[in-house]
Design a protein around this ligand. Structure first.
Ligand code: MN
Length: 546
């Protein structure tokens, strides 16, 4: 059983004593808030947030993340309010917990796998602080580790969701270790039979190859030793899920995927990586076109390493990865390395994270600090779109700034043309209300309702704009004049005036200014959205003009 005292011991290795005290206080606060609640396993609830905090502490996340992890279910599952958290632990922690709660409220109930991509984007777009995602991933990891107590149907649903949503996010953020564990747990629970078959196959195959594997390993180690480089050559087991995925996506047989020997060498500095590569290429011939230099050109998620494939004995391919210890650490925790603290606990970020970030920044031709990097990641993760749900749970992607009217037209142009009101998260809202990520939007329509030219002032999507315009153009002249009159009267009413009371001289003057013949022409223009009713009304009622 992992206790708060264990967490504090772990944290003391990299946080200040004051910060560890603050974490302890957060634990007491969380335990009080969850008092009397239990997990399905029967344990007191607080063990769950404690375990989530531990996962983040093992990644050496900063003190605010650890505190937020201990409190991550407090807003969602207890009467504690965000303001209360802010006054106890500061605005930053309250924001983090609030962000995690908002993600928790969004339920992934898609029938179609195609929705998963949009859902991932929505999750990323919803958070203002990447740490919210890291806490959510740690939360999911602990839930996956303790999935056994759930009924089978729920187990399958949660694990598929993990594979479709959380694994790709962890991958995008370069969090290798966390991703691998989520994959294995998810695969095992979602496809128990396939998992068992592959597990057996690996067991059988492993026996046959261990001798050859050992021979190659020794051979490489000895040659490196002769050249004055002493590093352990580690064999790399392929994980079941990655074997499964390779077989599935590339249509390969088990033998084709499994009969690859994989090794990893972790050395002291980048220089050594290239020397080791040269030596290895002199032992076994490299397969042309398979060498990848991710040190000079890191992957988008910051991963660095040299990869090569060799022709091994009996024609068996050998995959080799060569990297430094620092690269290895970053490869394991990915973006979490940004919050890595120097062991010893003087509170400064580890140089290696800075190095990594700076390297990445230079690659992107940006000079600057790590803050800028995070901004860049955010721009990358926050596309210019909002993601909202239909009442049925379908995800709609709209341009940023879209309103209820844009949503209606995105569903169907008839719905847009006949919409009269909308509900956001089951509450009535004006049609011009801008939508935010994760909201559920419902359109109320009425037969015979018509688009209002005023909508052109606030819609942002091309589809809504062109539909409204073409509808207004199709209006017969008579109808258009009527509509224009209605709109103008409405606007005049806000100046306490009405059309019949406006002197004719005044109307004529305005018509002259607009180069129009008749009042009807002006009314038609208003209904077509070419003139704004409110502006016309103002001009008609302005005092001081004859
Ligand atoms: Mn939780």
């Amino acid at each position: 059983m992992f206790l708060i005292s264990d967490l504090c011991t772990l944290l003391k290795s990299y946080l200040e004593p004051d910060q560890v005290k603050e974490v302890y206080r957060a634990y007491i606060f969380g335990a009080d808030a969850h008092e009397g609640q239990q997990r399905l396993s029967g344990e007191p609830y607080i063990y769950h947030p404690l375990a989530v905090a531990r996962i983040l502490a093992e990644m050496r996340m900063d003190v605010k993340s650890i505190i937020a992890a201990l409190l991550h279910d407090v807003i969602e599952d207890t009467p504690t309010a965000k303001d209360h958290l802010a006054s106890e632990f500061g605005e930053e922690v309250a924001e983090l917990v609030d962000g995690v709660s908002k993600l928790t409220q969004v339920k992934f109930e898609s029938k179609a796998e195609a929705q998963a991509e949009n859902f991932r984007k929505m999750m990323l777009a919803m958070v203002r602080d990447i740490r919210v995602i890291l806490i959510k991933l740690a939360d999911r990891l602990h839930n996956m580790r303790t999935l056994g107590v759930m009924p089978p149907a729920k187990r399958r649903r949660i694990s598929k969701e993990t594979l479709e949503i959380y694994v790709p996010i962890a991958n995008r953020l370069g969090m290798h270790n966390l991703r691998l564990e989520l994959e294995e747990l998810g695969f095992k629970a979602a496809y128990p039979i396939r998992y068992r078959i592959l597990e057996d196959a690996v067991k059988n195959a492993r026996g046959n190859r261990s001798e050859v594997l050992e021979k190659i390993r020794k051979n490489i180690e000895e040659r490196l030793h002769q050249e004055g480089i002493d590093v352990p050559v580690k064999g790399r087991e392929k994980h079941l899920y990655s074997i499964y995925e390779k077989m599935r996506s590339k249509g390969l047989s088990f033998a084709e995927v499994f009969d690859v020997y994989a090794f990893r060498l972790v050395v002291d500095k980048p220089d050594t990586c290239y020397r080791v590569l040269g030596i290895i290429h002199s032992i076994y011939k490299p397969v042309p076109g398979k060498f990848k230099d991710y040190i000079a050109i890191p992957k988008a998620n910051g991963y660095q390493s040299l990869h090569t494939i060799l022709f091994g004995p009996y024609g068996i391919p050998i995959e080799v990865q060569i990297r430094t210890e620092d690269m290895e650490k970053v490869a394991n925790v990915g973006i979490a390395a940004h919050w890595l603290y120097k062991s010893g606990g003087d509170g400064h970020r580890k140089d290696l994270a800075q190095e990594w970030l700076r390297g990445l920044l230079e690659m992107q031709q940006h000079a600057g600090n790590s803050q800028e990097f995070l901004e860049n990641v955010k721009i990358d993760l926050f596309p210019d779109e909002v993601y909202v749900f239909s009442p049925k749970g379908d995800i709609m992607t709209l341009p940023r700034g879209s309103t209820i009217v844009d949503f209606a037209y995105a569903v169907h142009s008839d719905l847009g043309n006949s919409c009269v009101a909308g509900k956001i998260d089951r509450r009535l809202a004006p049609l011009r209300t801008q939508l935010h990520n994760g909201q559920t939007v419902e359109i109320i329509s009425a037969p015979g309702a018509k688009p209002n030219p005023v909508w052109l002032d606030f819609v942002v999507s091309a589809k809504a704009r062109s539909n409204i315009r073409s509808f207004l153009k199709r209006l017969k002249r008579g109808e258009a004049i009527q509509l224009g009159r209605r709109l103008l009267e409405k606007s005049l009413a806000s100046f306490s005036a009405n059309l019949d009371d406006i002197p004719e001289s005044r109307i004529n003057k305005l018509l002259e200014e607009f180069k129009l013949d008749k009042l009807d022409d002006l009314l038609e223009q208003i209904s077509l959205g070419n003139r704004v009713a409110l502006l016309v009304a103002r001009q008609l009622t302005e005092t001081g003009v004859p």
